[in-house]
Design a binder for this molecule. Sequence first.
Ligand SMILES: [Zn+2]
Length: 181
Amino acid sequence: MTSPAQLLESSGAIREGHFVLDSGLHSTRYFQAVDLLADKAVSDALFDAVAEQWVDRDIGIVLGANEAGSVMAWSIAGRLGAEPRFARKSSDGYRLFGGAGVPPMPVLVVDDITTTGGTAKHLLHVVRSHGATPVGVSVLATKGLFEIDLGVETHVLVTLDGMDAHNPEQCPGCEAGVPIS
Ligand SMILES: [Zn+2]
């Protein structure tokens, strides 16, 4: 059977170039989650594996952010018999998007890829600010560069190999004058 790591690495979602990450760090490799979603068979298999981590946990709400995180929340909520919610980046972190609130049910936060866990931290704050309780976080992939400590149960499906993240002052892409992709 193909492992989640093999599925993800063969999906064509990992690109080479010079990228600015949400965390403000730069990298020469980038995981474009939307390309992963475009391969439905692969993303379905990965979402099945994520949902399996949380069955029988009475998850009522699954919250994700931005394009890929929202698709992930919708897909995993369907597998868990839960309702999806969506968040969006705003000037002061993340906000719930749309009119549906977060009822006081167990909430699962999902994210596609993370470098430092920053988006998940913001989403945990969104959950708590609505008076709900986050049960945990599931991330499709991390870059294996930083310890991700979110203070709640956290599952990472795949730890990618060979990913990088640099302060802009020490970025090989910047040093070589490579334009931002
Ligand atoms: Zn750079």
